[in-house]
Design a protein around this ligand. Sequence first.
Ligand code: KIV
Length: 265
Amino acid sequence: MKNITLHTLTEMKQDGNKFACLTAYDACFGQLVSEAGVEVILIGDSLGMVLQGNDSTLPVSMEEMVYHTRCVSRGSKGSLIMADLPFMSYATPEQAMHSSAALMQAGANLVKLEGGAWLAETISLLGERGIPVCAHLGLTPQAVNKLGGYKVQGRSADSAATLLEDARMLEQAGAAMLLLECVPSALAKAVTDAVSIPVIGIGAGADTDAQVLVLHDILNITPGRKPRFVKNFMADAESIQDALKAYADAVHSKSFPQPEHGFEK
Ligand code: KIV
């Protein structure tokens, strides 16, 4: 795969071509995931759950994110590397700048943070300093205690309008990408159409510009009940490499996600 840049992804959006994003946390999977044709690798703070066994992402530290970002970036062969800013590492714009610098020096090409309009100043400061940002909206797992659980967001007319307004504001502030988690498919389509930056979805229907899933979920090795937006790509695969390629191909060919992976209202 040729080196993927933000420019590549914006062009893909403009041309109506979907791109794939998948989490990875180490060099070996960084390599396999990029060799499968996945354009964006996310070093997600989901590692707090799938690697560390916590019941939320809140305990993940900056040091841990830097370590895993460095590992993945060594293995990746041309995918764009996106790293999560962990809980409370971007509580102020200045703190966000220092935390993001550490992730960029570990090999990230952009950072992801969770939240709405309150992040506009932070995103604009990071952009001015050469750090592209993806803003994660909808179900923001770092706010699970405030949200009262891992619930679909944007179901009421008011909350949908706020989310759409936040998306527009964050694009204006300089966000390079958006990520929508667990929002009704129609709202995700409205956001995707309203902004010119690429929008990645998870549990957000088929109309976003890209899809993301957690590596352990598509390999069917996450214990317990699976969220409805997850698909087991190991089911018809002969190897992990086959499953990774099946995921990338399914996103590119628009055969994943299907309506049953999304939320109506
Ligand atoms: O941390 C993560 O893996 C994520 C994805 C679920 C989008 O943020």
